[in-house]
Design a protein around this ligand. Structure first.
Ligand SMILES: Nc1ncnc2c1ncn2[C@@H]1O[C@H](COP(=O)(O)OP(=O)(O)OP(=O)(O)O)[C@@H](O)[C@H]1O
Length: 262
């Protein structure tokens, strides 16, 4: 396996509190990593550190061997796409314009028709092609989330024209989606991992996480308390310790919906 991004003893402090505490994590090409953990564990903060949105207060995040924060924004846009937890827009953009934001900054080498085709494909992949002309502000929460998924898909497609090793970051991407669209989005993310992308998602649903992930990264109070194959990470003792509940470890086999979607 080939490491695209590595976090080395990464910490982040705010308000004299360590929100992320000495985390080591590698994202490999062709793998799907899912970060799980209770509310406030530090999952989103870790994702922001990994994608370069936040600067670590200690440690380093290296993307292809370079500190991620030293990479210019235009080049970072080729290398990774980020779907944040919440994305409000203050202007009445059409859905197709929001999805197209992903290619605007990085599609310079592509013709306008090529860029439009990539956005159309991404909107179809995210099942929002029929919403293209709609005012984004009038869309439902789930529809908005799918438009933003289309945006990151379009960005990756455009970035692929110049960069083969890319990362997709998804912060709670299925939080507003119905079951069909949850499974479809996760299947798309898995497909991207199968094509060689490194994919990292924050998820709350442990069954889905266990079903889709190659690697589960379990966070608790800012620390990465376990990282590995789902069956190794999700032990009943650990679930009780971290989530404070008595649960039977998920028993889904890996990637249960692969057969249904491929
Ligand atoms: N800029 C900040 N200043 C102070 N505290 C912060 C800041 N950002 C996040 N926090 C706190 O850090 C902790 C971790 O936040 P984070 O958003 O990373 O958690 P999370 O694991 O993603 O949680 P959730 O599952 O609820 O989304 C929380 O207690 C949060 O209130």
């Amino acid at each position: 396996m080939s490491t695209i991004l590595g976090a080395r003893q990464v910490s982040f402090a705010a308000d004299r509190r360590l929100l992320v505490d000495k985390v080591d994590l590698s994202l490999e090409a062709g793998t799907f990593t899912v970060v799980i953990g209770p509310n406030g564990a530090g999952k989103s903060t870790l994702l922001k550190l990994l994608c370069g949105e936040l600067a670590p207060t200690d440690g380093a995040v290296l993307l292809n061997g370079c500190p991620v924060r030293s990479i210019p924004a235009w080049r970072l846009a080729h290398l990774r796409a980020v779907m944040p937890q919440a994305s409000d827009l203050g202007f009445p953009f059409k859905a197709v314009e929001v999805a197209g934001l992903g290619v605007e900054g990085i599609g310079r080498g592509l013709s306008r028709p090529d860029r439009e085709r990539l956005v159309d494909e991404a909107m179809a992949d995210a099942d929002v092609a029929h919403l293209a002309g709609r005012n984004y502000q009038t869309l439902s929460g789930g529809e908005r989330q799918r438009v933003h998924f289309a945006r990151v898909l379009a960005q990756l497609k455009a970035g692929r024209s110049v960069e083969a090793r890319q990362i997709l970051f998804l912060d709670e991407p299925i939080a507003s989606l119905d079951l069909k669209h949850q499974l479809a989005l996760l299947a798309q993310a898995r497909r991207l991992a199968g094509e060689g992308f490194a994919v990292l998602a924050v998820l709350h649903d442990l069954q889905l996480a266990a079903g889709v992930a190659d690697t589960l990264a379990l966070m608790h109070a800012g620390r990465l308390v376990a990282c590995g194959a789902p069956y190794q990470v999700l032990t009943e003792d650990r679930l009780a310790e971290v989530f404070g509940v008595s649960l039977t470890a998920p028993t889904l086999p890996p990637h249960p919906w692969r057969l249904a979607t491929e």
